[in-house]
Design a protein around this ligand. Structure first.
Ligand code: FES
Ligand code: FES
Length: 165
């Protein structure tokens, strides 16, 4: 039904998600968050505030940490995106996923995918961060459950073990 009234104004937009080329048909101003979750079934990316305040919807886009609730899908044209689903390698968890589990960095889990991607972004740039740098690197990501101490410890432990996205 590509010529129906509903689809008028939609465009084909192509990008790479977790290493796989994807083409979606969407309105240019649709939120990347919705396209990831609804069209690509990548529901690991969570919606918290929907206003750019909480970081739950964080993904990596061309290596930058972005709030996917604020990104029109058109901006993703040609980009390379990493979501939480792209971190594990088969059955093997990413080191940050392991340390979040071991340190109690995930409770309800709503903030966790975004928090882990923010941590990836930090460790990609600063492989051996201080605790202050970890807190600063995660400052755009809110957690209502943990009090942050376990999250900071999880990132510090991942840094000790060594990681990269
Ligand atoms: S849902 Fe995107 S920043 Fe809160
Ligand atoms: S674990 Fe619940 S919001 Fe962070």
């Amino acid at each position: 039904m590509t010529d129906s009234r509903e689809s008028r104004g939609q465009a084909e937009i192509s990008f790479v998600v977790n290493g796989e080329p994807k083409t979606v048909r969407a309105y240019p101003m649709e939120r990347l968050l919705d396209v990831l979750r609804q069209q690509l079934q990548l529901t690991g990316t969570k919606e918290g505030c929907g206003e750019g305040e909480c970081g739950s919807c964080s993904v990596l886009m061309d290596g930058s940490l972005v709030n996917s609730c604020l990104v029109p899908v058109l901006q993703a044209q040609g980009a390379s995106i990493v979501t939480i689903e792209g971190l594990a390698c088969g059955e093997t968890l990413h080191v940050l996923q392991e340390t979040f589990l071991e340190c109690g960095g995930a409770q309800c889990g709503i903030c966790t995918p975004g928090m882990i991607l923010a941590a990836c972004h930090l460790l990609n740039r600063t492989p051996t961060p201080t605790l202050e740098e970890i807190r600063e690197g995660l400052s755009g990501n809110l957690c209502r459950c943990t009090g942050y101490a376990q999250i900071v410890e999880a990132v510090a432990e991942a840094a000790r073990r060594g990681t990269s996205t």
